[in-house]
Design a protein around this ligand. Structure first.
Ligand SMILES: C[S@@+](CC[C@H](N)C(=O)[O-])C[C@H]1O[C@@H](n2cnc3c(N)ncnc32)[C@H](O)[C@@H]1O
Length: 360
């Protein structure tokens, strides 16, 4: 994979030199057209092109008539994606899936179709036009913005929850492999979304119960959908606002892909409310990306958090400081084969801020 990328980069450099364009200018040009590729990716995900190619190759004409779209425009969008590895067109004009485009199929085990549809949705895309304003005025302007939309707009809420589930699937398995949940009786999933992790967890660990805690509209959709099948009696649903309080009674508090949504002051408030709900013996497990030198995924997610929510990705040191301020002690940091890391903390012996709710 790495070698293939290196060969491609080398070919690209040679082509640039032959055409008399310096590689740095060409790189700038390519980056400036990045949004075009991102739009093309959204279009094929929205149309479900990869699903159509699942049972075999099709020409652009065949695809276009099945999808009721313009054949010329669709061909050009597909051909803009093929140089980056999405789809392949053979000599007779048939398009077929590649490993990359298979990740856009709805039923692919690691499907990112819902994520791409959410990340490229017109309401979100329009908002990216204002990034310059965020940089001029700072992220505070955007604090919690995305969740205002999620809370008030059912369509955005269902897109958002589907996207989170699609993104999280890849890490769910790694978390349950790397972290031993069997020692705990009740796990409180703070900002647990549509409960997919809690569901995976109780299915795998017969002795564990879970509480999914989230905003009222998300919990009420979950109550209506009843998605947990036979495991439902081991999953409690609790609605509320983690800036006010968090349910008591857990011996593990899980905060997954949540702290990065918020600036330090708010992230600290969430942690403090967990701390207040926790017995001194309870543990905290935070799952988030760690900022690390020049890695592209956390760096671009950091800007997404800044602009959509006023949040931020953090280094391990920044998490440690945040935990300390909220009365926790960071006990371990475990990196995974995905961009996510597991940070485990315990209640600090001398909490600087709080009287434990369960003292006595
Ligand atoms: C990025 S999602 C993560 C969802 C889930 N933990 C996961 O890993 O897929 C953040 C979650 O925080 C929830 N949330 C946002 N504001 C909240 C609040 N004030 N109180 C409780 N939950 C909140 C959102 O509804 C959403 O489900």
């Amino acid at each position: 994979m790495f070698n293939r990328l290196r060969q491609r980069l080398f070919r690209f450099m040679v082509q640039c030199l032959l055409r008399g364009v310096s590689p740095s200018e060409a790189t700038v040009f390519l980056a400036s057209t990045g949004p075009v590729l991102s739009r093309c990716l959204y279009v094929v995900a929205e149309l479900g092109v990869a699903d159509r190619l699942k049972s075999g190759p099709l020409t652009a004409q065949q695809l276009a008539s099945a999808l009721c779209v313009d054949p010329d425009a669709l061909t050009r969008v597909l051909l803009a994606l093929t140089p980056t590895g999405y789809f392949r067109r053979d000599r007779s004009g048939f398009f077929r899936n590649t490993p990359q485009s298979r990740a856009l199929m709805t039923d692919h085990p690691g499907s990112l179709r819902e994520w791409v549809r959410y990340a490229g949705a017109p309401w979100q895309w329009k908002h990216w036009g204002d990034l310059l304003e965020t940089v001029e005025k700072g992220g505070e302007l955007r604090c919690g913005l995305l969740f205002d939309w999620v809370e008030t707009n059912p369509e955005i809420r269902s897109q958002f929850n589907a996207a989170m589930q699609s993104k999280a699937k890849q890490i769910d398995e790694r978390i349950v492999e790397l972290f031993d949940f069997s020692h705990f009786r009740r796990v409180v999933d703070v900002g647990g979304g549509n409960g997919h992790f809690a569901h995976q967890l109780v299915k795998r660990e017969p002795g564990v119960k879970a509480t999914v805690f989230d905003i009222p509209p998300t919990i009420s959709s979950l109550r209506k959908a009843c998605p947990f099948g036979p495991s439902h009696d081991r999953i409690d649903l609790a609605e509320g606002d983690f800036f006010k309080s968090v349910p008591e009674g857990g011996d593990l508090y899980l905060i997954r892909h949540v702290l990065h949504n918020w600036p330090d002051s708010q992230a600290r408030m969430i942690l403090e409310n967990c701390r207040k709900a926790m017995k001194p013996s309870a543990s905290l497990l935070v799952v988030d990306m760690l900022l690390n030198q020049n890695e592209l995924a956390p760096r671009s997610m950091d800007v997404a958090m800044l602009h959509l929510l006023g949040g931020r990705e953090r280094t391990a040191e920044q998490f440690k400081a945040l935990f300390q301020q909220a009365g926790f002690e960071l006990t371990s940091v475990q990196r995974t084969s995905t961009p996510m890391s597991l940070l485990v903390a315990s209640v600090a012996a001398q909490s600087p801020i709080l009287v434990p709710a369960h003292s006595g």
